[in-house]
Design a protein around this ligand. Structure first.
Ligand SMILES: Nc1nc2c(ncn2[C@@H]2O[C@H](COP(=O)(O)OP(=O)(O)OP(=O)(O)O)[C@@H](O)[C@H]2O)c(=O)[nH]1
Length: 305
């Protein structure tokens, strides 16, 4: 399978839903007010959000109002406009090897896919020849540490870990020192997604960031928020919550293969404008894909490359 085919098959639940709802609205008919309204509703139902849905239908009306249209033509036009929305946020993560190590803090709620994403990134960057190290900063859950160690074994990357309940900031500090000593290029730090309450989570993440900065004032160089696409519109409040705690520098959206809510990424791009570095379309190491605006927009609309 080509890269595009894999992306398309990963997003098939989302595109099947969108394609069928668009084709039920537009079966060779005039693009009148009623059709536009139904189309807008279909886009909102596909998690693109009311603001984006309104913007997309307005753009369509501008070029095609009162004209005979086919559903494929509508999907093509929507894909073009969606790609324009996504283009400014589609930015691969840039690793600066001179940082020695480039430090990436990975945050997100429990189960969003943080650990899996770190494992996939470890694989990706190791394959590019970078020396990658992992820090098991979710000291709150023993299973999270174990899971990261499994990814460490799988990808041949060293994992810095401590016993359950250990101080996460202290662990992050050790991990940076160890990464420096080993000459690592990239350090990926996992974090806890849930503590007893938001106040605890906030205190922990703030402390981790503070302690990291003691060793390197420019670190963390990236703070990635991992979002599970299956939560749909709840992703918005997760972004707001984490933005209030840490300086979120970019997003990774996971589990796009298991949901019809792939449109949420368009709504997130429109609302927050945060870089989307990669997307998860499965559980294996190869299932982290670069986020490309045009390919994503076409896949979402069920179109060929
Ligand atoms: N289908 C699919 N499953 C995924 C993807 N990313 C992660 N998962 C699965 O989602 C589940 C949770 O992922 P984790 O990586 O453990 O999530 P986490 O955020 O680290 O969660 P905690 O360890 O509980 O804090 C696991 O079963 C993963 O295999 C994806 O892109 N697609």
């Amino acid at each position: 399978m080509s890269w595009f085919q894999k992306l398309k098959s990963g997003l098939s639940k989302s595109s099947t839903k969108i394609v069928s709802s668009i084709s039920s609205v537009i079966t060779k008919r005039k693009l009148d007010d009623e059709a536009l309204e139904e189309l807008e509703e279909a886009l909102i139902a596909a998690d693109l959000g009311p603001v984006t849905a309104a913007k997309l239908t307005a753009s369509l009306a501008k070029s095609r109002f009162d004209k005979e249209v086919t559903d494929e033509e509508v999907r093509g036009a929507l894909a073009e406009d969606i790609a324009i929305i996504l283009d400014p946020v589609a930015k691969p993560l840039e690793i600066d090897r001179s940082k020695g190590p480039h430090v990436v803090l990975v945050v997100g709620v429990n189960g969003s896919g943080k650990t899996t994403t770190i494992g996939k990134m470890a694989q990706h960057y190791s394959a590019q020849g970078l020396k990658v190290m992992l820090a098991a900063g979710d000291t709150f859950r023993a299973a999270a540490v174990e899971q990261l160690k499994i990814w460490g074994d799988r990808t041949g990357c060293k994992v810095v870990a401590r016993e359950t309940g250990a101080d996460a900031a202290g662990l992050a500090y050790d991990a940076i020192e160890s990464a420096r000593a080993e000459g690592a290029d990239l350090l990926l730090i996992d974090t806890a997604g849930r503590l007893h309450n938001k106040k605890d989570l906030m205190a922990e993440l703030e402390k981790v960031v503070r302690v990291i900065a003691k060793l390197d004032a420019s670190a963390p160089h990236n703070t990635l928020l991992v979002l599970d696409a299956t939560v749909g519109q709840n992703a918005h409040s997760q972004v707001e919550t984490f933005q209030s705690i840490v300086n979120v520098s970019g997003l990774v959206v996971t589990k796009l293969d298991g949901t019809a809510k792939g449109g949420v990424l368009v709504a997130l791009a429109e609302k927050f404008g945060l870089p989307v570095h990669a997307i998860g379309v499965g559980e294996t190491a190869d299932d982290l894909k670069p986020f490309e605006a045009d390919a994503y927009a076409k896949s979402l609309m069920g179109l060929a490359d």
